[in-house]
Design a protein around this ligand. Structure first.
Ligand SMILES: Cc1cc2nc3c(=O)[nH]c(=O)nc-3n(C[C@H](O)[C@H](O)[C@H](O)COP(=O)(O)O)c2cc1C
Length: 413
């Protein structure tokens, strides 16, 4: 996959990323990659248990620095004569603990210094960002909760773990999942980028699919995952915007610092969006709202019958068109998911709905943007000119869109 260059908002920042031993440790490899992509210098620290789950090599290759694993340097090793548990925190703009095991949290709360990580944490100069991940029963245990309270009371930033499927399906769902990397990044941005360029902007974002009921158990929907809208909301909040997110049914947890409304149908989304639009300066409509719904949904479950069946459909309301009627000088951005004639269809939608720009992407073939983590896109503006954005992860793409919105917002205010 080619990654877009994106901005380097963390250029010049030095981040210590400490990885402890849990199932979610592998996700930190991607976090290290994302931080590096954003221009940060990243030094990883692995506990002995983390080594049971991940190897140092990917961290080394991605960050260009050998992970530190031991308290006492071996002779001729990477840090001879150095005291990295002190010098690293002297230099670090931010220490991030992700994932944080129950054990690491306890040691940090207690002030242990019996390995490299715990000793390093003792010398941290500024609040540490802690992203816990553990089994829900462990997370809800009084001991862990007490330690978390203690860390928070000392000013450390503990991100609430997410709710979701646990490592083994039979464990079911519960709170304890490692917060999404995007959420951890947003928290890092909040701390390290104190002059957010979207401060004061009230941004409304829609995300995800809608579900249109056909009978008591079935519905029509689409493959939208909500990742694009959530990435935009999260990145905008990280840049200081006051963000309201209206989402259809998705399995993503609420982004930090964002007001979230969960809806199901196109009509529910319409009501929530029009209401929030009254108090917004800009809106990005990234949801894949159903254009049609069954005209006569059944209260019962439809029984199996022989022969073909048909569902009669009716049009749903066009939310973006309604929003554009009361647009005024506010910023309105749409998405066009097309299977062909991308430019023509996107420009047609942009003109009909008086959009400031539209993000067009293909939802067919190998690079189907819907549901994927990465997407290629073209941004068209009213002049008809298109900016091609290479295949890149949605969180990077979201930043490009926000750069545009920032420019427009700064021009108008
Ligand atoms: C397969 C496996 C998965 C584990 N997953 C977690 C986890 O997600 N969270 C956690 O707090 N501990 C987890 N543990 C327990 C920790 O690895 C153990 O408490 C260890 O001492 C943590 O060391 P560290 O905090 O120094 O990395 C797991 C253990 C095993 C064997």
């Amino acid at each position: 996959m080619t990654l877009g260059e994106g901005r380097a908002p963390l250029a010049g920042k030095f981040i210590v990323l400490a990885v402890t031993g849990g199932i979610a440790s592998y996700k930190s490899i991607d976090l290290a990659r994302q931080l590096t992509l954003e221009g940060a210098e990243v030094q990883t620290v692995l506990t002995r248990s983390a080594r049971a789950f991940v190897q140092p090599l990917p961290f080394q290759v991605l960050t260009g620095r050998t992970p530190i694993e031991k308290m006492f340097p071996v002779e001729g090793g990477d840090h001879p004569g150095d005291m990295p548990h002190i010098s690293l925190t002297e230099k670090a703009h931010q220490v991030v603990l992700a994932p944080a095991t129950a054990n690491a949290v306890a040691k940090f709360a207690r002030g242990d210094g019996d390995d490299f990580l715990s000793t390093l944490l003792l010398s941290a100069k500024a609040p540490v960002i802690v992203a816990p991940a553990m089994n829900p029963r462990m997370w809800s245990s009084p001991a862990v909760q007490e330690n978390i309270r203690l860390l928070r009371s000392r000013g450390h930033i503990v991100i609430e773990p997410g709710v979701g499927r646990m490592a083994r399906p039979e464990e079911g769902e519960g709170r304890g999942r490692l917060p999404e990397n995007a959420e951890i990044l947003a928290e890092i941005h909040k701390v390290l980028l104190p002059n957010p360029d979207l401060a004061g902007l009230r941004l409304l974002v829609s995300a995800g699919p809608t579900r249109e009921r056909w009978d008591a158990v079935r519905y029509l929907s689409n493959r939208s995952s909500g990742k694009m809208g959530f990435a935009i909301a999260e990145a905008a909040a990280g840049r200081g915007a006051e963000v309201t997110l209206v989402s259809g049914p998705v399995s993503l947890s609420d982004p930090a610092g964002v007001k979230v409304f969960r809806v199901e149908t196109a009509e529910e989304m319409r009501i929530a969006m029009l209401d929030a639009w009254r108090n917004a300066d800009a809106a990005v409509m990234a949801a894949a709202v159903a254009d049609y719904r069954p005209s006569a949904p059944l209260d019962e479950k439809k029984k199996k019958e022989s022969g073909p069946a048909a569902i009669e459909l009716e049009r749903t309301a066009d939310i973006l068109a309604e929003m554009s009627e009361s647009k005024g000088r506010r910023i309105l951005v749409g998405f066009a998911a097309e299977t062909g004639q991308l430019a023509e269809n996107a420009m047609d939608k942009l003109r009909r709905k008086k959009l400031d720009f539209i993000v067009a992407n293909l939802v067919s073939g190998e690079e189907n943007a819907m549901g994927a983590d990465a997407s290629r896109a073209i941004i068209f503006d009213p002049s008809g000119s298109g900016e091609e954005l290479p295949l890149q992860e949605k969180y990077l793409l979201s930043r490009k869109l926000l750069d545009r919105i920032t420019k427009m917002w700064q021009k108008s205010s």
